[in-house]
Design a protein around this ligand. Structure first.
Ligand code: UTP
Length: 288
């Protein structure tokens, strides 16, 4: 089964980024020269995804506007004969179809994914959390699609995290099989260090088999009345194999202020025209 659809849940409140996120979606916060969500859409496109559903909520219209066509802007750029800017503005739109659905009430990630049931149309699909921006040679969703081709089961993108950070993530238990894949036997959401079954954390990338929707229907609300995606995947694991795949790349949590700053420095250092002047500037910064 070839994976051509992706879902990007972007309906959360972004409380860690207040007060910026009072009126502005955190997904639209700029990282060097593009809003955060564009990095994730580009990752999907570079992985062969052809259709994307973005789950939005009230106050997120800016995301729709960002990916919309811009005939007036195109005209201005074309009058100026600025083909490079014109290309940036038109490129993504020509490569992928983007759809939107509103999650009326933010009742958790599992509930947000359920909004994609019609879009998925009983096919497996990729999920990319837009807070997690990953700098990698091979796009991470492409790495997970390759793992899906080996197993045809739900795939959780994981990486080892330091012990001190285990309590921030969903941690998987499982046995190593082939390549960098694991057969998942359990999962604990935000465990205490001593209860963590491994140091492999789920970091914002998934391929989900469509039976996930039936599992979400059966998932009772958990903490804060939210329907957790990890609870639904645990139910799915009881009826079919679920795998974890260790992906390569450096992941930044851009929903967090420090993670956002690190991502900004990293991508500025790699930017084709900004990197040299930015490095020269950093050498002069007084760190004391
Ligand atoms: P988070 O809980 O990390 O994001 O959800 P948040 O709620 O937006 O941010 P904080 O923690 O308050 O700062 C992980 C992802 O799931 C989406 C979020 O938009 C984010 O991309 N999400 C979460 C939804 O789409 N709907 C929900 O009901 C909950």
């Amino acid at each position: 089964m070839i994976i051509k659809k992706a879902v990007i849940p972007a309906a959360g409140f972004g409380t860690r980024f207040l007060p910026t996120t009072k009126a502005m979606p955190k997904e639209m916060i700029n990282i060097v020269d593009r809003p955060a969500i564009q990095y994730v859409v580009e990752e999907a496109v570079d992985s062969g995804i052809e259709e994307i559903l973005i789950i939005i909520s009230r106050n997120k219209e800016m995301i729709i506007n960002h990916f919309d066509e811009t005939p007036e802007l195109d005209q201005v750029l074309s009058n100026k004969d600025d083909k490079s800017l014109l290309k940036i503005s038109k490129d993504l739109a020509s490569k992928v179809k983007i759809y939107y659905v509103r999650q009326g009430d933010a009742k958790g990630l599992g509930h947000a994914i359920y909004c994609a049931k019609g879009f998925a149309n009983n096919e497996p699909f990729a999920v990319l959390l837009p807070d997690d921006i990953i700098d990698s040679d091979v796009p991470v969703i492409k790495q997970l699609i390759e793992s899906y081709e080996r197993h045809e089961g739900t795939i959780l993108g994981v990486q080892p995290v330091p012990k001190a950070d285990l309590s921030k993530y969903g941690i998987v238990a499982g046995e190593k099989i082939e390549n960098d894949d694991m057969l998942v036997s359990g999962m604990i959401e935000k465990p205490k260090i001593e209860e963590a079954p491994s140091d492999y954390a789920i970091l914002g990338r998934y391929i989900l088999n469509p039976s996930i929707f039936e599992m979400i229907e059966k998932t009772p609300p958990g903490k804060g009345g939210e329907i957790q995606l990890t609870d639904a995947i645990l139910l799915q694991k009881d009826v079919e194999n679920v795998y974890a795949s260790v992906f390569s790349g450096v992941r930044y949590d851009t929903g967090d202020k420090l993670g956002y700053l690190k991502a900004t420095v990293n991508f500025a250092m790699k930017h084709p025209t900004l990197s040299d002047p930015f490095k020269r500037y950093l050498e002069k910064v007084d760190l004391d």
